[in-house]
Design a protein around this ligand. Sequence first.
Ligand code: HAM
Length: 424
Amino acid sequence: MAELIQPVKGMNDVLADQSPWWDRLETVAHELFASYGYQRVLLPVLERTELFSRSIGELTDIVSKEMFTFDDHGDSLTLRPEGTAGVVRAALSNGLLHNQQQKLWLSGPMFRREKPQKGRYRQFHQMSVEALGFAEPEIDAELIALSARLWRGLGISAAKLELNTIGTPESRQKYKQVLVEHFSRHRELLDEDSLRRLERNPLRILDSKNPKLRELIEAAPLLSDYLDDESRAHFERVRESLADVGVPYTLNPRLVRGLDYYSRTVFEWVTDRLGSQSAVCSGGRYDGLVAQLGGRDTPAVGWALGIERIVELMQAEGIGAGAAAPDAHLVAAGEAERRFGFRLVEELRTKLPGLKVSIGMPSAGFKAQLRHADKSGARVALIVGESELAAGKISFKSLRETKPQQLVTVEECAELLRQTRAPA
Ligand code: HAM
């Protein structure tokens, strides 16, 4: 036999045992996005490398070591590691921002060459919402309220909101200096990662998960003491608006995020149910990004959730994926019976749009097919044997209730199915 081809490390197949949760998340999310006025965009997974180095930042982990980049006849291209830069690029390339606001949502695969582990993959999927052209703090709160409503819609209760403001790049500059001074005084305590960050991106040291650094980080000066007045006022209004709509949160003054484009509000939904990969949804304001990518000054804010992590959280919380089982399962052994059954099922699908019918494996015997019908979770078996075929009828057998089997016409069968169908 020929050698099997292995999948790429950190890239998963999502199979039918998992996809019902993906479907459920998508159905609930898509409806909510529309109800908040977001419109869908579908964008390329390949972009010019410069798009990401200019927006996410040369010195971030993502750009400096995690991108899948290759040379395409002289052009450096990269598989998108996140969606925000591409959304802004597309808004600018297509002239969507000429005196206009845009509320857009995006869903699809992202790629980062991270060390794979549970909850952290090299190809993963995000759903994101981006509000371009909105400066008001209420939109930050509205976006967060949308995510809170999404968790409620899915039945998730183990996600907690952490909130912070990181001010403007100017106010952060001042803070960076005092931070470098603080950590430089304790250089001997820093690990290799933090030493590297000290020179290049000292704020990221605050994000270190090394327990040996905890005390030093806790003793570090707070960014909130260096905030400019406007950022402070903006944050106050975000907090008031969240209180107005009853979204609870914890202030986390150490929350800095791993991408450089943020300014002011930043937030993360975290959970203690998924081990070390605790962030299930993260985002914030990126008022400088549009200008950085060649557009006019345009305030913006957004978030992205990790689909794999939300699915894992739903499963950890014991949340089912909804009615995945078929309404009915056809059991027909024998060629003429199968032909009759096939026609019957097509007719039922026409009469009852949305009806879920599965068809038994033709090679299996009658008894095995009945067992499959039961295992499929279907409520009803539609049986076509020799006598049914002769009468041009179907035996309607309830699999979940103790009711006598009935011999019925196609019309009667449709009516019975209408009555027994699960609510959509
Ligand atoms: P991010 O925090 O890098 O932000 O990613 C957002 C979410 O994607 C994370 O909270 C996490 O759930 C998921 N995620 C990230 N990396 C992985 C991975 N390797 N495997 C599985 N899931 C992962 C952004 O990407 C920003 N673009 C979010 C944003 C949108 N900010 C404003 N608008």
